[in-house]
Design a protein around this ligand. Structure first.
Ligand code: CUA
Length: 305
């Protein structure tokens, strides 16, 4: 190698070294700027324990929003196949929001669209991040970790309201029973039937519309109460789709919870069903002690496929 070739190689080496140093500098500046100006939201691990232990803590046994101090709110959410519980939260704008999220079953993601909040949700861990929404609007929460057959339907929603509107909503809470029904549904039913009640084609039948229609049949109410209490197994048809699964019994839920969740599924998604199931109806049905096959027989007796 002669002198001239050597100096050409050296010149290029210096150029590449310079470029690499400049790139490193740009990356460091970007990270520093993000930490300084974009609400320093680094995901933190808040707790690590047995998943059942975490789910039993106060914050996750009744997940949702609470105001922890002036203009500061805590949102607790449980990710589960294939929904978030609660599936929708309403929050005021320009407030510090602390998100505590855990998983009930498998690995999920928690990414709030149009923000830099993006956490991995691991069973047995509580992930934490805080964020301040600067603009009112609807923000989708998406699961960005593949978690099974319904992964693509796993969505949550954050509704950010102007402060005055939020305060007004707080002063007029929705009817207590409706919110109990929704919370029982999202905790126990949404993982199969989905928070929207739309079900999963071929796997879990839809409830939206279908329960409203059933509630209007003669004997439909009894059948719905028995299904919720004792489960259902055998092949059925709903809205033209065939299903052959096993719905478990829910006798561990209270009469109040069963009646609230059924009334929610009958009318909570804007359907015009007859949502008049009472605790007494559930208490009376409880003495039936049916099997899930017996309930299939009740379904056939109603003329339902
Ligand atoms: Cu949960 Cu994907």
């Amino acid at each position: 190698m002669n002198e001239k070739q050597h100096s050409i190689i050296e010149r290029w080496e210096r150029r590449w070294l310079g470029l690499a140093s400049a790139m490193s500098l740009v990356f460091v500046i970007l990270i520093a700027a993000n930490l300084a100006f974009d609400s320093n939201n680094v995901v933190q691990l808040k707790q690590r324990a047995n998943p059942a232990e975490i789910l039993a803590t106060d914050i996750f046994s009744n997940p949702g929003v609470i105001e922890t101090s002036a203009n500061k709110y805590r949102v607790a959410m449980v990710a589960q196949t294939f929904s978030f519980n609660p599936s929708e939260v309403r929050l005021p704008v320009d407030s510090e929001i602390e998100f505590y999220v855990t998983s009930k079953d498998v690995l999920h993601g928690f990414q709030i669209k149009s923000t830099n909040t993006n956490m991995e949700i691991i069973p047995g861990e509580v992930s934490y991040s805080s964020y301040t929404f600067k603009k009112p609007g609807e923000y989708w929460v998406i699961c960005n970790e593949y978690c099974g057959i319904g992964h693509q339907n796993m969505l949550g929603k954050i509704v950010v309201l102007p402060k005055a509107v939020y305060a007004q909503e707080q002063a007029n809470p929705v009817a207590e029973e409706a919110s109990l029904g929704q919370s029982v549904f999202e905790t126990n039913c949404a993982s199969c039937h989905q928070a929207s009640g739309a079900g999963l084609a071929g796997v879990f039948p839809p409830l939206k519309g279908n329960l409203a229609a059933t509630s209007k049949l003669d004997g439909g109410k009894d059948y719905l109460v028995n299904t919720a209490l004792f489960g259902l197994s055998g092949s059925i048809k709903v809205d033209g789709g065939s299903y052959n699964g096993v719905m478990p019994a829910w006798t561990q839920l209270s009469d109040e919870e069963i009646s609230a969740v059924l009334n929610y599924a009958i009318s909570g998604w804007g359907d015009d069903g007859v949502a008049d199931i009472t605790e007494a109806d559930v208490a009376a049905a409880r003495t039936n002690s049916y099997s899930s096959e017996d309930v299939h027989g009740l379904r056939q007796a109603l003329g339902l496929e």
